[in-house]
Ligand binder design. Structure first.
Ligand code: ZN
Length: 239
C-alpha cells in the first residue's frame, strides 16, 4: 500500500468536504435547469399548436379569396352572355347562349353556398386564433417571469459552486497526483463520496465492519486504507 502521511489524510478529508458540497449544489442546479427546460418545452408545444391554427386560418382565407375570385369570373361570364343575347340572330344561337347563362348561374349559386360555409369556418378559426394568441402571450409572460425567478434563485448557488470549484482546485494542489487520481476514481464509482470515516471498526460509507487489523492501520495514518466492501478511502478521526 502506498505510503501517506497524516496531512494527506487531512487534505483528503478537506477535498471530500468540498466534493460533497459541489455534488449537492450541482444536483440542485441540474434540477433547476430541468425546471427551466420543462417551462420552455411547455411553451414550445403551445407555440407549435398556435402556429398550426394560424396556418389553417391562412389556408382557409386563401381558399375563400379564390372562391370569391371564381364567383366574380362566373358573374362576369353571365353578364357577357346576357349582353351577347341581345345580338343573336338565330333561335339555335339563342338557346346555346341561354343554356350557358343558366349553367353559369347554377355554378355561381353553388359557389356562393360553398363560400358561406367556408366563411363560417374562417370566422370560427379567427376566433380560435385570437383566443390562442391571448393565451400564448400570457404563457410567454408567465414563462419569462418564472424563468427569471428560477435564475435569481439559482444565482447564489452558481456563485457558491464557482467558489467551491476554486477551493477544490486549491486543495488538490496539496495532494500527490497519484493520490488525487485514486480519489477521483473512487469518487466516480461512489457518486462523489470517496472518503469516509471509520468508527469503531465500521465503515461509515457502507456500514460494514472492517477487519480489526485494518482499523489499527487506519489509526496509524501511514497508508491509504480502503474499505474492503465499498472501496472508499477510510479516515480515522480521533474523538
Ligand atoms: Zn465501506
Amino acid at each position: 500500500m502506498k505510503e501517506i502521511s497524516k496531512s494527506d489524510i487531512d487534505t483528503l478529508l478537506k477535498l471530500q468536504t468540498a466534493e460533497t458540497q459541489i455534488t449537492r449544489i450541482q444536483s440542485i442546479l441540474e434540477k433547476i435547469n430541468s425546471e427551466k427546460e420543462k417551462l420552455d418545452s411547455k411553451f414550445r408545444k403551445f407555440q407549435k399548436a398556435h402556429d398550426e391554427k394560424e396556418y389553417q386560418l391562412e389556408k382557409t382565407k386563401a381558399f375563400c379569396r379564390e372562391m370569391e375570385n371564381e364567383i366574380q369570373i362566373v358573374g362576369e361570364r353571365i353578364q357577357k352572355s346576357n349582353e351577347n343575347l341581345r345580338f343573336v340572330k338565330t333561335n339555335k344561337e339563342y338557346q346555346v347562349l341561354q343554356r350557358e347563362v343558366d349553367d353559369n348561374r347554377k355554378r355561381k349559386e353553388q359557389l356562393e353556398n360553398e363560400l358561406i360555409d367556408h366563411l363560417d369556418e374562417k370566422e370560427a378559426l379567427e376566433q380560435e386564433v385570437n383566443t390562442s394568441r391571448t393565451d400564448l402571450d400570457q404563457l410567454s409572460e408567465q414563462t419569462r417571469t418564472l424563468k427569471k425567478e428560477i435564475e435569481e434563485k439559482s444565482s447564489d448557488d452558481q456563485e457558491e459552486l464557482d467558489e467551491l470549484l476554486v477551493k477544490r482546485a486549491e486543495i488538490s494542489k496539496n495532494l500527490d497526483p497519484a493520490l488525487m487520481d485514486n480519489f477521483n476514481r473512487i469518487s466516480k464509482m461512489n457518486n462523489g463520496l470517496a472518503v469516509v470515516q471509520v468508527k469503531n471498526e465500521v465503515c461509515m460509507g457502507c456500514y460494514v465492519n472492517i477487519p480489526p487489523q485494518l482499523y489499527i492501520e487506519a489509526q496509524r495514518y501511514n497508508s491509504l486504507i480502503l474499505c474492503p466492501q465499498c472501496s472508499r478511502i477510510l479516515c480515522y478521526i480521533e474523538s
